[in-house]
Ligand binder design. Structure first.
Ligand code: FEO
Length: 398
């Protein structure tokens, strides 16, 4: 029996919780799982909006059939071709061979490339509409949020925005489907929606800004993304966050990330954290780059304005997990952060040198005096930790 929830009269959520997959896109840890949300509109003409990842195609087809109760599926709207949403297309087409597939001019080559489907395709352009009966759908192109063919579908009648990856989140839907049915902090959606944004969509901030501008004139009562919670009561919250995240606005907090083999760099990270709090910074996070997956660290770097990187030296360079993290940050092109730099070296050094190179590339403002302790930190190094914490606090708070 279908697990279905009504969004409005004749509009249904058909969602699937994936708690078995360990890594989204085979790289992002899914400690809290992920959901694939598709939606069905059962009007005079029927429409399925997006599908799900391939393992759920059997259930999706069965649930659509159950809901339609003998009616045919007229349209399949493809907002996005990435296989986490398109994986069930072939099975849907097999079940409904006459279904008209709706996408844009960039959708069709990817549809053919992945699934060999070329027939019954209807191309829509920005602003085009499609009448289903009481419901009329309107399509808006939002390229690179998250692929070139990405678009959103707006139900003009019920004011529902089917937003695909935009406004989506990691995390399964554990009973609560709408944002006001659950505590978003306890269920971690406030964290997971930013982790999804920063790691999946964050590279495309300029395109997110264009999408927000394009959608700004639309009256939205529900945002129904293809992953995670449906936004109903917190629509201004999530739109405001998308504005801030896409323009790289940071909150006055500090993320300290260290790479440490024998605890000396870690010890200095702890001193810096303490000195920051003593100086008045309320939000301080400390991460071991070797222990915490970079996606969680990047999530916090996207949130906070201050970043302090500390590394031991490793074979004349930086500690490899720190190199990985810095490479990820450069890949996303996150801008406008204050950077503090420290480290330790037993003989040749190299960690601080590599962080400085990163600072040059990323063009963040370096705050305070950088330093590299020799072997174990001495009192003079702890004093430098204090100076760095005070310099960062002054830049953040005053
Ligand atoms: Fe959820 Fe870009 O796919």
């Amino acid at each position: 029996m279908a697990l279905k929830v009504q969004l409005s009269d004749k509009v249904y959520w058909l969602g699937f919780n994936d708690r078995r997959k360990h890594l989204f896109e085979n790289q992002w840890p899914l400690e809290k799982g992920v959901s694939y949300n598709s939606y069905l509109i059962d009007d005079e003409k029927t429409a399925l909006i997006d599908t799900a990842e391939a393992p759920f195609s059997g259930d999706l087809v069965a649930w659509v059939a159950e809901l339609l109760n003998g009616k045919k599926l007229d349209y399949l709207v493809i907002n996005h071709m990435e296989p986490d949403h398109s994986g069930a297309i072939k099975d849907v087409v097999s079940a409904y061979p006459d279904v008209i597939i709706i996408g844009n001019r960039k959708t069709s080559p990817i549809l053919e490339g992945f699934y060999g489907i070329t027939e019954n395709f209807m191309t829509v352009a920005d602003g085009d509409t499609l009448k289903l009966g009481k419901h009329t759908l309107q399509f808006f192109m939002i390229p690179m949020v998250h692929w070139p063919e990405s678009m959103v579908t707006y139900d003009i009648s019920d004011k529902i925005l089917f937003s695909n990856d935009a406004f989506g989140s990691f995390g399964t839907l554990n009973g609560g489907i709408f944002d006001d049915e659950i505590d978003l902090d306890i269920s971690c959606f406030h964290e997971e929606v930013r982790r999804y944004y920063s790691n999946i969509v964050g590279k495309y901030g300029a395109q997110v800004q264009k999408a927000l501008a394009k959608l700004s004139g639309i009256d939205i009562k529900l945002i129904a993304p293809s992953h995670g919670i449906i936004w109903r009561s917190e629509i201004p919250y999530i739109i405001d966050k998308y504005h801030k995240w896409s323009t790289h606005e940071g909150e006055p907090g500090v993320v300290i990330i260290f790479g440490s083999m024998y605890g000396n760099t870690e010890k200095m990270a702890d001193y810096i954290a303490r000195f920051l709090v003593e100086a008045g910074v309320k939000q301080v996070k400390v991460y071991d780059a070797a222990k915490t997956h970079a996606s969680h660290i990047i999530n916090d770097i996207w949130k906070y304005k201050g970043v302090i990187l500390g590394s031991c030296a490793y074979n004349g360079g930086v500690f490899p997990p720190m190199a990985h993290l810095m490479s990820d940050i450069e890949h996303y092109g996150l801008k406008d952060r204050y950077l503090g730099v420290f480290g330790s070296a037993s003989w040749g050094g190299g960690g601080v040198r590599a962080i400085n190179k990163f600072a040059e590339n990323i063009k963040w403002e370096v705050v305070g005096e950088q330093f590299e302790a020799r072997c174990a930190p001495k009192d003079s190094d702890i004093e430098l930790c204090k100076n760095l914490a005070n310099a960062m606090t002054a830049r953040l708070l005053y």
